[in-house]
Design a binder for this molecule. Structure first.
Ligand code: NDP
Ligand code: OXD
Length: 304
């Protein structure tokens, strides 16, 4: 079994995985040894072609939830891929989305501006139950955020590929995107990056909004970056929180760095914690050793 995380740090993963390596030998990239002996790889942020160098690969486990980088690798071997479904990612994302929605709901950007002007200017905001938050993607993380926002009192809408019935959430199917967007106060993107969702946050979509805040925690390529500032200028959007970018790290010449309407975090909204994730990965790979289908398998046709 080879562990290869190209985004580090590796040591917390080794601390968590080593005690679990009772029925497999754990090797750590770049010390892979004989490549023909590698049958399973645990991986994140690998360069294209990385997996193609292991001729006897049987399965791959990704340590992240999003597998877009794996699926677009032109040399990807035809083996099962499991993705990360883990409480640490879920809790982190729930916290981050709630924090950002509350930040805009409670008018914190306006208070920051008032403070800079030494102005004492109370703002009477509506109650959370008078605000509507829309979540694009109702999978593991979108559903978690929906429930967290419902608990905080917000009205919640969700948009997904397949129809869903979720208590307390107004759900919309793919063809109902304009109805889903109409009247939103905040729009959260928690979609996977696929051919169908690339560039989905674009000028046409923004034109259905009137002053909503955008929170993109999916992938940078969901957003047509050149459409963001015009949508803010036009008032379709009031503000944006961006955790993910087309190019990461974000190049220093990006206008996003200096735009006070944009809050940025460096792909840090939710992390996989090795302490909770390593036992899940080991148990899932043991299913593969036993000839059973792994859980949380990626559907290559759907692309997530
Ligand atoms: P899931 O696969 O569990 O959920 C994906 C959701 O998106 C599903 O509800 C799915 O619909 C919906 N969906 C997919 N394609 C479409 C489409 N074309 N139109 C409408 N809805 C669609 O993924 P997770 O919730 O686990 O993760 C979502 C994404 O979050 C990841 O792929 C990753 O990109 C991102 N992420 C970002 C992190 C960060 O640090 N910024 C951390 C972790 C994840 P259906 O239910 O019908 O299948
Ligand atoms: C993920 C991520 O997909 O951290 O897990 O982006």
């Amino acid at each position: 079994m080879l562990f290869a995380d190209f985004n580090g740090p590796t040591q917390p993963w080794l601390d968590a995985l080593t005690p679990l390596a009772t029925d497999f030998e754990l090797r750590v990239w770049p010390h892979a040894g004989d490549h023909s002996e590698i049958d399973y790889v645990i991986v994140w942020a690998q360069p294209d072609g990385f997996l193609a160098q292991f001729p006897n690969l049987k399965a791959v486990h990704c340590t992240g939830a999003g597998v877009d980088r794996l699926l677009t690798d032109p040399g990807l071997p035809a083996v099962p891929i499991a993705r990360m479904v883990d409480e640490s990612l879920l809790i982190g994302m729930n916290e981050f989305v709630l924090a950002q929605v509350l930040h805009y709901h409670r008018a914190m950007p306006a208070y920051r501006t008032a403070q800079a002007a030494h102005a004492w200017a109370p703002i009477h905001v509506p109650l959370a139950r008078e605000r509507t938050v829309g979540i694009m993607g109702l999978g593991q993380l979108g559903l978690g955020s929906a429930r967290t926002l419902l608990n905080a009192g917000f009205k919640v809408r969700g948009w997904s590929r397949s129809a869903k019935a979720i208590e307390g959430v107004d759900t919309f199917g793919q063809s109902a995107l304009p109805a889903f967007l109409d009247g939103l106060d905040s729009l959260v993107c928690l979609l996977p990056l696929t051919a169908a969702t690339t560039g989905i946050l674009n000028a046409s979509l923004f034109s259905h909004l009137s002053g909503a805040s955008l929170i993109n925690v999916g992938r940078g390529a969901h957003l047509v970056e050149e459409d963001l500032i015009p949508a803010l200028d036009a008032g379709y959007l009031s503000a944006a929180t961006l955790d993910v970018f087309q190019t990461e790290p974000l190049p220093s010449e990006s206008p996003f760095w200096d735009d006070p309407r944009i809050t940025m975090t460096p792909h840090a909204s939710a992390f996989t914690h090795p302490g909770t994730a390593a036992p899940k990965i080991a148990a899932n790979l043991r299913r593969a050793f036993a000839g059973l289908p792994m859980s949380d398998l990626v559907d290559h046709t759907n692309g997530y």
